[in-house]
Design a protein around this ligand. Structure first.
Ligand SMILES: *Cc1c(COP(=O)(O)O)cnc(C)c1O
Length: 413
């Protein structure tokens, strides 16, 4: 459920007309709904009530500091995958004790930064990384809490680019190697093996694979317990899917129930790392039609947003619902919605049935709050769009539109 809806013949973001935001801030424009973020975060929080738990928003889904601050005030922790995300999280006021650090390629300086900040734990993805963290913790004379990311070898049944828990993926350790890593960590004076984690993929539309992974992890924690290693945190990653088109993904409450059942009688703190499920449908991207064009094969609608603004359609063939900001009753046509970038892969939608559009019309691209702006680039020297956070009747510019000067600000002339 989100707070973008059509009323009085036009699209609203909460209590603000999208057309008004377009007038004020121009296009392309990302618009987020604070109320939707709150609702989605609280759904996870409520799903795990009764269990010790921490919901760590995955910063890579949407890393705007203002948005992180909003989630932080609700009690969210964060899952980070770089020193840059740590910097953002700290700036946003997220308590270090609620930060977990994932990612296969943590660099020494990032590990040092995270240890200085005093994060909750590192989700370790290789034996060499574990040794590296141990060495740095020793140098800094501080104990690093670690969790080993297990590759449970389950098929998440999602897009191959976003499935991460199969044995051919680069993520995590298999259980045999993980056993060695835990034993090494137990002996190390500056490593404290407190957790176990997994993240099997993204845009999951079934709960089965997560539960299957969870059960494998529980068997493993029992085995470790017998070797004197007591796991206190069980981090099941993110990955819950959202409705882009007609998917019917499980709800946080469904996941919560499955986890509660599986964990009955155990003293574990559960961590979840949702990104998409919190932010995805809390954001839209608005774009303006520049031209329409008919070729012998197709009708094209050329808009002012492109793959540099929202790459998901180009990268994954992802579907995003697209509708007029101010609906008309014009006849429907099958069109490709494309951007100005010099790549044939630059499209927002292909073979889409839309009302006949004309230059100047504005379109809302839905489900753009996760992996939208955070994956944006300046390709073709296009300044990145502005971002606005709406809260009730208020709207706050949380990132101004980039300028031409911004494009070359870091270049040495
Ligand atoms: C990307 C990622 C997430 C978030 O995934 P969503 O599908 O957006 O929920 C969580 N944890 C890790 C380790 C990730 O890499």
């Amino acid at each position: 459920m989100d707070y973008f809806e059509y009323r009085e013949g036009q699209l609203w973001a909460e209590e603000v007309r999208v057309a008004e935001l377009v007038e004020r801030f121009g296009t392309p424009l990302y618009i987020y709904s604070a109320k939707t973020l709150t609702r989605h975060f609280l759904a996870f929080d409520a799903a795990l009530k009764g269990l010790d738990h921490l919901t760590c928003f995955s910063v890579k889904a949407n890393s705007n500091v203002n948005l992180l601050r909003h989630l932080g005030t609700l009690g969210a922790g964060v899952d980070i995958v770089s020193g840059g995300e740590l910097y953002r999280a700290v700036r946003a006021g997220i308590a270090p004790a609620k930060i977990v650090f994932s990612g296969v390629g943590k660099q020494a300086h990032e590990i040092r930064e995270a240890l200085s900040a005093g994060i909750l734990m590192f989700n370790v993805e290789s034996s060499q990384e574990l040794e590296c963290i141990g060495r740095i913790a020793q140098e800094m004379q501080t104990v690093a809490r670690i969790s080993i990311r297990i590759n449970p070898d389950v098929d998440p049944k999602t897009h191959p680019y976003i499935s991460t828990g199969l044995k051919e993926n680069k993520f995590g350790l298999d259980m045999l190697e993980a056993t060695g890593a835990y034993l090494m960590a137990r002996k190390h004076p500056f490593l404290d093996p407190v957790g176990m984690d997994c993240h099997i993929g993204s845009q999951l539309t079934q709960i089965g694979p997560i539960v299957e992974a969870l059960e494998k992890l529980l068997v493993f924690t029992d085995r470790l317990h017998a070797s004197g290693i007591a796991i206190r945190y069980l981090d099941l990653g993110g990955g819950l899917g959202i409705t882009y088109d007609d998917e019917q993904p499980p709800l946080p409450a469904d996941l919560g129930r499955a986890i509660s059942t599986a964990l009955a009688g155990r003293e574990l703190t559960v961590i979840l790392e949702p990104g998409r499920a919190i932010a995805g449908n809390a954001g839209i991207m608005v774009t303006r039609v520049l031209y329409t064009k008919k070729t012998p094969m197709k009708h094209f609608v050329i808009v002012d947003a492109a793959m540099n603004d929202l790459v998901r359609p180009s990268l994954y063939g992802a579907y995003h619902r697209i509708c007029e900001v101010t609906p008309t009753d014009r006849g429907l046509m099958t069109v490709d919605v494309v951007g100005p970038i010099c790549e044939s892969g630059d499209f927002l939608a292909q073979n889409r049935l839309l009302p006949a559009l004309a230059p100047g019309d504005t379109l809302a691209v839905f489900s753009a709050g996760a992996y939208g702006f955070s994956m944006a680039s300046q390709y073709n020297s296009r300044p990145r769009s502005a971002e606005v956070l709406v809260d009730g009747e208020k709207s706050l510019l949380v990132r101004r539109r980039e300028t031409y000067e911004d494009l070359i600000a870091l270049e040495v002339e």
